[in-house]
Design a protein around this ligand. Structure first.
Ligand code: FAD
Ligand code: SF4
Ligand code: SF4
Length: 466
């Protein structure tokens, strides 16, 4: 039974909005021990625990919360780690309000238990007070290649390594982590946190080869020739989409991926790095998802005076996490809702100077259940800007499909069956490259399912060898 019946979550201490919008330090400081206990006491320890089903990887939420109350932090960590391989990451970036917390019983009348905040507290405690290792089985002599070191690839590799497989991850970039490193900014997910999780995997025996663009440096066929018996493709969805409106080729127009990669991976905001980046004064970010919020908040931190988020639907339809919308507003980002860009205008030197929009109204719900926007005729107007960042979505990069025979795709996403198998024997896939841009926890869940499927595929060989 809960001993804390406060209707609201224990508040999360965070940087002042007008200070943090000029630095890249983490916004939320995390709970102290006393705050974590206070929040853990709000959990009702429900027998049927709907929160567990709300979590895509079914973290045993009441169990780990009970461990916090009992003071057994190692067990709290191990309980989360049974099903989630990157707890410090998920505690920070999972859309909890649409997953575990959405169905929390405390949330029916008041605010849900702060499950993500407690998960982060446990994971951070473990990083500060223990070492993150995977318990390993004896080597079984079987080799698996994992393509891409994002959440899907890292989870698949970690699970297989724990079962005794010899696993090598091939990563195109010079750093492992995928979107966790190049997409989500430090102020939401500090990079040392991601690297600590990855170091744990390395210490457990996962090999990571960086600067290896599969499809260019090596092909999937060559990996099989090298003795890998199964391949997992977790190459994500890193190809930015554009709107195909006039002016997208002007100077000062970025894809959010390029803008964020320069900031996150190449530290364009730091004087110690010479990564070039345009520091605009008036920026429009097109789109209403997490990527858009990250780009807008990063632009503000680079010194922009005015940052607009331009989105063609209303706030209720925005796919971004509520917390990120709230943070962006507090930091001074201006939301231009029900505005649809139709053209970008430039000066005689080819620099973008304005974005032309039409006003929109919400009509009937579309296939996604969201009310579809309808243009108001003759409502065109311009917003003056020095830079435009396109954040309207990403698709999988076609390189692997173009260089590998026998893998079927549907509109660029790799097709898999219920066992994560592609249409080519021995090749599995999961994460954003299968679903299109989704979430960290869904990519991790896919990596986990694929590891189990690869194990069953190679298991008969193990039995035959005995
Ligand atoms: P990725 O993380 O994209 O990793 C794929 C990896 O494969 C990359 O490292 C890439 O370099 C590598 N690769 C690609 N091609 C090759 C190749 N040919 N050879 C070798 N390696 C290759 N989700 C949330 O849950 N919460 C959030 O708050 C959130 N915010 C986001 C913010 C941004 C800016 C972005 C872009 C995404 C965000 N997401 C968020 C989505 C989430 O990050 C992704 O769904 C998740 O990272 C997908 O994991 P993945 O492993 O499938 O792919
Ligand atoms: Fe909630 Fe994400 Fe943790 Fe699952 S992994 S319990 S959805 S924060
Ligand atoms: Fe605790 Fe909410 Fe889960 Fe019930 S539903 S066990 S109150 S976290």
């Amino acid at each position: 039974m809960a001993t804390n019946m406060k209707p609201e979550k224990t508040p999360m201490p965070e940087q002042d909005p007008m200070v943090r919008n000029r630095n890249f330090e983490e916004v939320a400081y995390g709970y102290t021990h006393e705050m974590a206990i206070e929040e853990a006491q709000r959990c009702l320890q429900c027998k049927h625990a709907p929160c567990i089903d709300g979590c895509p990887v079914q973290v045993k939420i009441p169990n780990f919360i009970k461990c916090i109350l009992d003071g057994d932090m190692d067990l709290a960590y191990d309980t989360i780690r049974e099903t989630s391989s990157l707890p410090a990451v998920c505690g920070r970036v999972c859309p909890q309000e649409r997953q575990c917390e959405e169905v929390c019983v405390r949330g029916i009348k008041h605010e849900a238990v702060g499950i993500g905040r407690l998960e982060r507290y446990v994971a951070d405690w473990k990083m500060q007070n223990g070492s993150i290792e995977i318990k390993k089985a004896a080597p079984n002599g079987h080799k698996v290649a994992v393509l891409g070191a994002g959440p899907a690839g890292l989870t698949c590799a970690g699970d297989l390594c724990a079962k005794g497989y010899d696993v090598t991850i091939f990563e195109a970039l010079h750093t492992a982590g995928g979107v966790l490193m190049y997409g989500i900014p430090d102020f939401r997910l500090p990079k040392d946190i991601v690297q600590k999780e990855i170091d744990g995997l390395r210490r457990s025996g996962v090999k990571i080869e960086t600067n290896m663009v599969i499809g260019q440096v090596l092909s999937v066929d060559e990996l099989f020739d090298m003795g890998f018996e199964a391949v997992f493709i977790g190459t994500g969805a890193g190809l930015p989409r554009f709107m195909n409106i006039p002016g997208e080729g002007l100077n000062g127009v970025y894809s959010a991926n390029e803008f964020l990669t320069r900031i996150n991976l190449m530290k364009a905001y730091s004087n110690e790095y010479d990564t070039p980046i345009n520091c605009p004064k008036r920026v429009a970010v097109i789109g209403g998802g997490n990527v858009s919020m990250d780009a807008a908040r990063s632009a503000k931190r680079l010194g922009a005076d005015e940052v607009y988020v331009v989105y063609r639907r209303g706030e209720a339809e925005m796919p971004a996490r509520l917390e990120e919308i709230h943070h962006a507003k507090a930091e001074g980002i201006v939301f231009k809702l029900l505005h649809n860009p139709v053209a970008l205008h430039g000066d005689e030197d080819g620099n973008v100077v304005a974005i032309e929009c039409v006003k929109m109204e919400l009509g009937e719900p579309d296939a996604s259940g969201r009310r579809s926007p309808v243009a108001v005729e003759g409502s065109n107007f311009k917003i003056e800007v020095d830079s435009v960042i396109m954040a309207i979505g990403n698709s999988p990069n076609p390189l692997i499909l173009q260089t590998t025979e026998g893998i079927e795709d549907r509109r660029g996403c790799i097709v898999v069956d219920e066992n994560m198998r592609t249409t080519r024997k021995g090749v599995y896939a999961g994460g954003d490259t299968v679903t299109g841009a989704a979430t960290v926890i869904l990519a991790m869940g896919a990596g986990r399912d694929a590891a189990a499927a690869i194990d069953s595929y190679l298991q008969p060989k193990l039995e035959n060898e005995d």
